[in-house]
Structure formats: C-alpha cells, structure tokens
Write a protein that binds this ligand. Sequence first.
Ligand SMILES: *Cc1c(COP(=O)(O)O)cnc(C)c1O
Length: 376
Amino acid sequence: MDKPRIFMSSPTMHGEEMQFIQEAFDENWISPLGPNVENFEKELAEYAGCGSALALSSGTAALHLAVKLLGIKKDDIVICSSFTFAATCNPVAYEGGRLVFVDSEEDTWNMSPQALRKALEKYPQARAVIYVHLYGTPAKTDEILTICREYDVPVIEDAAESLGAKYKGKATGNFGLYSAYSFNGNKIITTSGGGALLSGNKEKIDYARYLSTQAREPKLYYEHKAIGYNYRMSNITAGIGRGQLLHLDEHIEAKKNIYDTYREAFKDLPVHMNPYEEGIAEPNFWLSCITIDENCRVRPDAIIEALTEENIESRPLWNPMHRQPVFAGCDFVKAVPEGETSVSDRIFESGMCLPSDVKNTPEDMEKIIRIIRKMF
Ligand SMILES: *Cc1c(COP(=O)(O)O)cnc(C)c1O
C-alpha cells in the first residue's frame, strides 16, 4: 500500500473560506473585484498594522508594481538579496533593470548589511534595494534601512514568505516603501494564488490599483494614458483569503511547534536550524530548515532521498540568484573576502527544507525525525 504523503507546506483549509465564497456565489459577485476583495484588503492592512493593502493576482505582481511605482527602467541598477526565490528579482528584469546581488549573513540567512554597504559604495547610483525575509525569518531590518537611508535609496520589502512574522514587535510588510505578501498555495496562508502590495502611502497604492486594472481612466469610454496590467485578485479568491486570515495565528503556532520539535530532536547532531535573532525577531516559521556541518559525512541530498523513499516531501534550499544561469551577467557582492566561499553559497550547499506542514501530526514528526536521526 502507498504510504500517505507528508508535505513540506500544503494548503490548510478551515471551512470559513467556503462561507465567503458562498456569499460571493449568492450575490453572483464572482468577478471582477467585489466586497470580499475590499474586505480582504481592509482585514489584511489591519492585521499587519500597515497603511494600505492592494490585493493582487500574485506576490510577483505585487513586486512588479512596486518596481513600476519606483520608476525602474532600462539599465537602472537595483540591489537585491541573492539568497531568495527568483520571483523577488524577476520584476526588475521585466523592466530591463540591472540586478546586483548581495550575499547573506549567518544570523538570519538574509541580506548582509555589510555586503549591502559594499554594494552601495560600488553602485551609489542604485535606484532601489529589494530585501527578503526568507523562510519567514525577519532580516536585520534596522541595519538595512539605516544604510539605505544613508544612501537615500528606496526599499522594497519582499515579505512573501513572512506574513505574520514580526521584527521588534512590528509585522513584516511595514518596512519597505513598498512591501509584498504572497498567498500562493505553499505559503503560510493561501488564496490558491494571490498576493498583496502594501504601503503607508495611500496615493501610491491607489496608483498601483489603477495600473493593476489595465490603467483605465475614469471615463465612460475607454481611455488609457499609461500601460496597465491585469493583476487584480478576484472576489472568489479574496473570499478564500478572508477565511484563511482568521487562522493565520494558528498556522504560525503550528509552524513554531514544528520548528521547536526539530530543534529539540536534532540538538545532539551536527545539525543547525535556520537561525533567527531571538528577542528581536519573531519568525512565522513558514519552513523549518537545517544546515549540516561541513565535515559531516551525511549530506542534504541523502536525507532528501531517504525522505522521498517514505513519500515525505523535502527540498534543497533556494538556489541563490548569483548561481542562476539566467543571471550569469549580474554582479554579486559577497559578505566575505574575495576568494572565500560566500555565506549564501555555504548555506545553500549545506542546507535543506524539512516538512513543515501545518497538518503534520506528532506521529508524522516522529517518523520524519526517526528517518533523519538514523542517518547520523
Ligand atoms: C512565493 C514568493 C514570491 C512570489 O509570490 P507568488 O505569489 O508566487 O507570485 C516572491 N518572493 C518570495 C521570496 C517568495 O517565496
């Protein structure tokens, strides 16, 4: 018999989602937009404690609109975290911008403030900095924002993975001039697919709303003064989001439990959990990850293989952007001296993501831990 699948991070639905969808059906308000979208935006902005939210078809769309709002155009330099998913930086490429990638630091795996400073010294003309809270762990935000202020460069915050995570008591999604969330199927809550753009500047969010609905002028006939996009979230999708948002804190608690369970189970092994700044940051623990000491004979690939044999999903860490063939021409600023292996390369080569599904049972956790421990 097939072994039941254990997932890394799959959608966890609760029931309220269907009620909001049912309301939309009852009113035949399937699309476009509608009350679920407006309410989802309001509820999201309230949850995050930020100014305004714009619900969109994806996190990538949110990042693209942020890049548009900053007026990034051909050959403009944009500095970006290297250790991330390609969606963080692709929108810069859509606009013909020139990406410069920045290495990670060891304490949170996110953008190294030292390397960022080096990058800005080298490229003082940079038009924007995009930084990420990877795996739901807040980056060294104060340090990063201070350096960006010094160089007078605007910040885009990619909070796609970190909805609900806090830095110094404030939710991620509040720290960029523009910030983005994702509600893709694997994220901490999902709308099946979707995202949001956030900002304290309501006028800019209104302009992004205009761009996201084909840049139609408010006239009876169709008039366009700008190139627009079809990036809005539908009323059905937003209904799923409203139901999910009610359970976000519960998801965070379950994910934190998973993280703590792994940490405890591996504490005598040459294995380290993805780190965070305790007392400063409260991650949402979206994915539990490990790195394995370099001199250990057990490698991440072997663990992934052993878990796969038991129908348990796990993955390598994000392959940093400076290693991607498509970005081969881009500069990469390391946090270590020339000639040494970069921090993000080292983390990537020694690490992996563990199953971190909200629905993982204690028995699932025991099974995963047993398989991994047996290898050491
Ligand atoms: C998921 C993700 C995105 C993109 O979000 P989508 O909703 O999938 O478009 C962007 N950045 C990071 C770091 C992500 O993990």
